[in-house]
Design a protein around this ligand. Structure first.
Ligand code: NAD
Ligand code: MN
Length: 364
């Protein structure tokens, strides 16, 4: 029996609701078979920890995560602490500390979801957005001087390195190659940003030669937003810089029905460190603590975690159950126009996994 060591970091807001829900679902899956089990360790890092200790996580916190097989993360963001402190003090500290340079964001319209584009059929929208996750606009380089003075200066420097761009392009081409359509769109802004983005384009062309069976094109980021809405079927795998992909993937999630459904994986493809799995949404201050959060984004992130661990059968089983759940409108949370609670959706998923649903029906 294999034992996977999983770190759970609920963080803030609805992260505290959806991460325990994800853990319950993983426990239910493990209980259906005897080839693997999970050993969970929870960490109380986040806004509350910051109020007690003045930091979002301990200085040497990464050492507590280093030996784990994966990390399940909720959200960083507290209504009473500035967002740049919560994000950099926790989520980005882990992503950068463990060089999780590939952020993978699949988007599909799941069964039963009423997506907002009226001409878009579910089969037209099946994307994976690959976000460069280690540099670019979020490299953290910059500063402020003369604060409050009329001569105040503030900079956020976007940095692209050849090594960083080559590795994310290679990752994206390889992912595109593994999907049926073998189609990659490289998002750029090299008309206005004439240095780093030009290098980005050049490296895309260079890496494309290693993947002659992948069809690829280039799209400016602003045009790409329109293309996502007007010609969704023309896209399959998409690669973009940290900021561009951040924005595009929220749009993608909304086009697929809700931010509450969308998953993401922060991957270290070389497997030197644990990778981290999380819903793409944040703390959702407006609904936190009310049992209203949609846990599906977290469950789908668990699917990605299982796949990363090589547990493909369990991963496919969980995805199947998620699709059965979304197909049933009585199990839709508020973001999908329904009135189900986080607990009800979680229980329904667990029951289906363990087969109690079927047993009850057969007995009746
Ligand atoms: P948000 O994702 O928290 O919320 C945006 C809207 O979507 C809200 O109306 C919210 O209620 C709704 N929503 C989000 N997830 C939902 C779910 N699972 N079920 C139902 N509805 C859901 O984004 P925001 O308001 O921009 O950010 C709030 C805080 O979260 C900020 O502090 C921000 O920095 C942080 N944040 C953190 C992460 C992260 O840690 N990965 C990501 C995004 C935002
Ligand atoms: Mn985002």
């Amino acid at each position: 029996m294999k034992t996977y060591k999983i770190a759970c970091i609920p963080g803030d807001g609805i992260g505290k609701e959806v991460v325990p829900a994800g853990q319950q679902v993983l426990e239910a899956l493990a209980a259906t078979q005897n080839s693997f089990e999970f050993k969970f360790t929870s960490f109380d890092w986040g806004g509350d920890y910051y109020r007690k200790h003045g930091v979002m996580m301990p200085e040497k916190g990464l050492d507590d995560l280093r030996d784990k097989d994966a990390i399940l993360f909720g959200s960083a963001g507290d209504p009473h602490i500035p967002d740049h402190i919560t994000l950099w003090g926790l989520r980005l500290k882990i992503c950068q500390g463990f060089d999780q340079y590939a952020n993978v964001r699949p988007t599909r319209i799941l069964p039963g979801i009423d997506a907002p584009l009226k001409r878009c059929k579910p089969e037209d929208l099946n994307w994976v957005i690959v976000r460069e996750n280690s540099e670019g606009e979020y490299s953290g380089v910059g500063g402020r001087v003369h604060q409050g003075q009329p001569i105040e200066v503030a900079t956020d420097l976007s940095i692209l390195t050849r090594a960083g761009v080559e590795r994310i392009m290679r990752f994206a081409f390889r992912l595109a190659q593994s999907r049926p359509r073998k189609l990659l769109t490289v998002v750029t802004k090299s008309n206005a940003q004439r240095h780093a983005m030009v290098m980005w384009d050049e490296i895309a062309l260079q890496i494309s030669k290693e993947f002659p069976d992948v069809t690829w094109d280039k799209e400016l980021v602003d045009a790409c937003t329109a293309r996502m809405v007007n010609r969704p079927a023309s896209l399959d795998t998409v690669v973009a810089t940290n900021l561009h992909a951040d924005v595009l993937s929220d749009l993608a999630a909304a086009l697929a029905g809700s931010l509450g459904i969308a998953p993401t994986a922060n991957i270290d493809p070389e497997r030197r460190y644990p990778s981290m799995f999380e819903p793409i949404h944040g703390s959702a201050f407006d609904i936190m603590g009310k049992d209203l959060a949609n846990p599906v984004g977290t469950f789908w992130s668990c699917v990605m975690m299982l796949e990363h661990l090589g547990e493909n059968a369990a991963s496919q089983r969980l995805m199947q159950v998620i699709e059965q759940i979304t197909a049933d409108p009585s199990l839709h949370t508020g973001d999908l126009g329904g009135s189900a609670t986080t607990a009800q959706v979680t229980q329904a998923v667990c029951e289906r996994i363990s087969g109690t649903q079927e047993t009850v029906r057969r007995a009746a």
